[in-house]
Design a protein around this ligand. Structure first.
Ligand code: FES
Length: 336
């Protein structure tokens, strides 16, 4: 059953209240002036300020371990958004956590391919070892465990990620050993890609702040040698067999006008029509394909009003009576 609007459960879900799902830890680091300055640094990277919201959420998460109400408020203030708008984004994406997280985030793919190869068994085993279920954190604060949908590495199934770094072709025992090592404070090297950091560290990287001292070190970490075996199996088999992909068919003759830059369409002001209509006429005349012509004609000021856009009494809107649209109960506020 969904939470009632205004209830503590609903507020916690939407992130609009002053208290998170669980009480904030006493030692929760505060967002500082430095965090605010870094948020502004992120904003300056984008032509439109609100485009910075996603990395800013990673930034506040990197400081506090999850997106707290304080983090939502900071993003809202800096971007001129409402907390509801920020909360809507923060609760949409699973990478933004709404509860305190452990030092590491362990994600087990339980989607189809990984699942049939043992992903669900791995999830069950880790869940038992840690004493937690999906999206819960072990009592020692070491690990937050989650099941994940396809992690885009199906050729390495079953896949586990730690702080979004890949540990490929796991089985129950290797995954249990991996998690045991993490709990001892070790950082086993991922199968491929950059070295393991921790959840706050990877959140900071996702905010766009490098963990590496310079660009060369960053490139070396990202380009570290990795096991690409499963991805290349098909290629190696084809090489052994002397097979190659057929050439892509080329069009027999270039489409008329292809490669010729189209003249800019500008109204001349000499036809006696308004400039808008004249420009629309020119766009229709210049359209190169039936689809383009239909599009240009559809946006012409003289184009007929699409069916259903104007009601018989002259009002605009759909001609579906209010309250009878699919999915509505008809119990909304009546018309004045
Ligand atoms: S199904 Fe697990 S990575 Fe795709």
């Amino acid at each position: 059953m969904s939470a009632l609007p205004g209830s503590p459960e609903a507020a916690a879900t939407t992130g609009l209240d002053d208290s998170p799902v669980e009480p904030a830890a006493i030692d929760l680091p505060l967002l500082t002036e430095q965090t605010r300055l870094e948020a502004r640094e992120i904003i300056a990277r984008y032509p439109v300020a609100r485009s910075a919201l996603l990395p800013m959420l990673h930034l506040v998460q990197s400081v506090q371990g999850y997106v707290t109400p304080e983090g939502v408020a900071l993003c809202a203030e800096e971007l001129g958004l409402t907390k509801a708008e920020v909360g809507a984004v923060a609760t949409f994406y699973t990478m933004y956590k709404r509860r305190p997280t452990g030092r590491h985030l362990v994600s087990v793919c339980t989607n189809t391919l990984c699942s049939v190869l043992g992903g669900q068994r791995i999830m069950d085993a880790l869940s038992a070892d840690l004493g937690v279920h999906h999206d819960e954190t072990a009592a020692d604060g070491s690990i937050t465990l989650e099941h994940a949908e396809c992690l885009a590495a199906c050729d390495y199934a079953p896949v586990v990620t730690v702080d979004y770094e890949f540990y490929d072709q796991q089985d129950v025992e290797s995954a249990r050993e991996l998690v045991a090592a993490l709990r001892r404070g070790e950082k086993p090297p991922p199968t491929r890609g950059a070295p393991l950091t921790d959840f706050r560290g990877i959140s900071r990287q996702l905010a766009g702040f490098s963990q590496h001292p310079d660009a060369a070190a960053a490139a070396a970490a990202v380009d570290a040698p990795g096991a690409l075996g499963p991805t290349l199996v098909g290629l190696h088999l084809a090489e052994e067999r002397g097979e190659s992909a057929p050439a892509m068919p080329r069009p027999s003759s270039p489409a008329a006008g292809a490669g010729t830059p189209r003249q800019a369409v500008r109204p001349s002001g000499s036809t006696g029509e308004s400039l808008g209509k004249e420009a629309a006429d020119a766009r229709v005349a210049a359209a190169g394909s039936p689809a383009e012509k239909a599009g240009a004609a559809g946006s012409h000021p003289d184009a007929p009003e699409p069916a259903g856009r104007r009601l018989p009494d002259g009002r605009e809107g759909t001609d579906t009576p209010a309250g009878t649209e699919p999915g509505t109960s008809g119990q909304g506020p009546g018309k004045a």
